[in-house]
Write a protein that binds this ligand. Sequence first.
Ligand code: HEM
Length: 393
Amino acid sequence: MAEEMALQHFDPEQPHAMWRSLRATRPVSPIDRPNESGRQTYLVTTRAGAKQVLLDPETFSSSINGEHTGRFMGPMILAMDGERHCSRRLLISHAFRTSQIARWERELIRPIITELCAEIAAAGRAELIEEVISRFPVQVICGMCAIPAVDSPRFLQWAKDIHRGMLDEATGRAAAGQMRAYLEPLVEQRRAAPGDDLISDIVHSTIDGERLDDEEIYGFLRLLLPAGSESTFRATSTALLAILSTPGLVDRVRSDRTLLAAVIEETLRWDVSNSMVSRVATRDAMVEGCPVSAGSALLVVTNSANRDEGEHSDPEIFDVDRTDRRHIAFGLGPHQCLGQPLARMEMHVGLDVILSELGNLRLNPAYPVPVVTGASFRSPQALHVLFEERVSN
Ligand code: HEM
């Protein structure tokens, strides 16, 4: 009864209240409408349920991730299981080695965010998400792939269209096709003459004589955009909102940048940008006392599991000083986010540079105080700010 009430009063912009109620009443709850493929779907809202599902990939397969976007994205590691996933992930993970991330930090991440801030510094006011933060990770990905910066707006648009493809397949398919047409000559060029960039790494990566085939290369490059840009810019926006709206926090971070690590982890725990991951049951199973039949879809709400009352005190509160900051924002198990060191680095450097380059940064009181909104993808929609042009800590 209580969970029926919770589902009925579901506010798609503010789902935390519903998730809290489901954690207390029915941690694995059926949704009364089937998903796009006609599958019975369950929401999994507790940490124990999330762990059970994500750590048992034989019973809970990732193949469901290929059912919709897979029709135009091509083969993606996100939708693979077992041996194939393991070997493909190994071939790709070499491109994200620690030395590369350190190089990207020096050569791309810091210069790109510094330049984006410099472009607005004299104005004294901005809508930071539109003008800076949303442009930042996509430019980093273009840089990683040695794609000219001037083409990054096209990649930003393709990333948005690929996302929309879940609801509007024609748009997603068109973006995927345009992206491939753009990338084909680059892939061929890097095949013939490898450079020090991610596309060359992916094209030439071999393990035991195996390499990615062409479809897998384009599938991965297409995944990189939505996986790497939208999630990171949204998480960075939420972290900045937390810094600017938590009393005293902006001053603490200004005088002690080491606090940024805690701000980032607490943001990821408190309200991560990607709220859920999908799985499909390969056989009948029992999750948190709820029978789930073979073929059912499960939406594991990591954003809810991170507020599990059994794990955290006052889980709804953003508290940078909490010690129970453990979270599963990057997932768990074999598909755990491949880009998490990069995401953390981008968030850290992004926030550091924004606070340095935009002096006395504060929310613009002429606008309503922003809040984090959204169901599957969460972040503030806009951050109107005021600042002074200066360089200091
Ligand atoms: C704050 C930012 C990010 C968040 C919250 C996030 C979250 C996630 C989550 C929850 C998964 C697991 C999906 C599943 O189990 O089905 C995942 C997978 C993945 N992420 Fe991220 N991600 C972020 C940033 C990035 C970045 C920057 C990149 C790369 C540029 C990236 C690349 C990937 C890839 C390739 C996978 C698939 C891994 C696999 O299937 O083995 N992510 N991410």
